[in-house]
Design a protein around this ligand. Structure first.
Ligand code: ZN
Length: 199
């Protein structure tokens, strides 16, 4: 047993190995200078759904994960066509200075546990942003990140925090392409628009 840097919990070796693997996958696509840091609360439970695990066969991802991937990539203004491979999309995402990070760097299996972890690790995330990522803009995504938005505001990020009416960008219809189209909730499109008016 050891304490994990990513989630601050006592965990087994397999947990640490999975965390290191996620770090390695993300590091491959980390821009040297980050323009826009997207911050989600925590990575998905399934390793196959991890954003930076470029899959050559998209069927390996769940539908929610495929839609999530597409929305995140679109937020960088990258036009998605069916032929684009995930590897190429991630390389372009990196090339445009975009990076996706998590406030809690390990999957969390309940809302209560996630809320507790965000409270515990929020200040550490702010330090990591200031000392390591040093982005031009920060865009928190997903509703649990609403808990951390004030923390970034108080830490001097107010002007460079990209929010949607004071809240993180959320796509309530992830996993439901029809609902997304019908209600126009595409997170990627809305975020790309908000960012283009900033830079
Ligand atoms: Zn962990």
């Amino acid at each position: 047993m050891a304490v994990c840097d990513g989630c601050g919990l006592q965990v087994d070796d397999a947990h640490i190995r999975r965390r290191i693997e996620r770090l390695e996958l993300a590091t491959r696509f980390r821009p040297i200078h980050i323009q826009v840091l997207l911050i989600d609360a925590a990575p998905p439970m399934s390793e196959r759904d991890y954003f930076y695990r470029a899959s050559s066969n998209r069927e390996e991802r769940s539908l929610v994960s495929r839609m999530y991937f597409d929305e995140i990539v679109k937020s960088a203004g990258i036009p998605l066509d069916a032929d684009m491979k995930e590897e190429a999309a991630l390389a372009e995402f990196q090339h445009r200075g975009f990076f996706l990070a998590y406030a809690v760097e390990c999957p969390v299996d309940s809302e209560e546990a996630l809320s507790a972890a965000l409270n515990r690790l929020g200040p550490i995330m702010v330090k990591r942003v200031n000392a390591s990522y040093k982005p031009k803009f920060i865009a928190p995504i997903s509703s649990p990140m609403g808990e951390l938005a004030p923390l970034f505001e108080f830490s001097g990020w107010g002007e460079r925090l990209v929010l949607n009416d004071g809240k993180p960008f959320v796509d309530p219809f992830l996993g439901d392409p029809q609902g997304q189209a019908e209600f126009g909730t595409s997170l990627g499109d809305r975020l790309a628009e908000a960012l283009s008016s900033r830079s």
